[in-house]
Write a protein that binds this ligand. Structure first.
Ligand SMILES: CC(C)(COP(=O)(O)OP(=O)(O)OC[C@H]1O[C@@H](n2cnc3c(N)ncnc32)[C@H](O)[C@@H]1OP(=O)(O)O)[C@@H](O)C(=O)NCCC(=O)NCCS
Length: 92
């Protein structure tokens, strides 16, 4: 197992603030090999097939790696909520 990714079919008020539609982790020994970027790229069309036209993605202000993963996959910065950055990413 290299990592895991979850697609949340619906947002709840807590997920709108932190968590968003898609969350992911990569095993520490497998990081910095492009897995998270590839996992999110593979997940966006699946989210599309679930009726999610743009995915809400969030990450910690200090999480440079996750910010890169999101931005490489087309995420557009929306705002900060507390210590989280929020992005919309198109799913098509
Ligand atoms: C965030 C996380 C999923 C990234 O996984 P990954 O497979 O290492 O990511 P990638 O290899 O696809 O790297 C994506 C980019 O981040 C950069 N990066 C990776 N780790 C980094 C680090 N520790 N510091 C700075 N940049 C980093 C890579 O160089 C790459 O940059 P590039 O697009 O400019 O080439 C992983 O670090 C992790 O599981 N962290 C703990 C859980 C977590 O934060 N999940 C996300 C919650 S929003």
């Amino acid at each position: 197992m290299l990592g895991r990714l979850a697609i949340r079919h619906r947002l709840t008020p807590p997920l709108e603030k932190a968590g968003g539609h898609i969350g992911y982790d990569v095993r520490p020994s497998a990081r910095r090999q492009g897995h998270a970027t590839a996992m999110l790229a593979a997940a966006l069309p699946i989210a599309r097939s679930l009726g999610i036209t743009q995915a809400l993605l969030t990450c910690d202000e200090t999480n440079t790696a996750s910010q890169r993963v999101i931005e490489t996959n087309g995420g557009q910065f929306i705002d900060r909520v507390g210590d989280k950055r929020r992005y919309w990413a198109p799913t098509s």
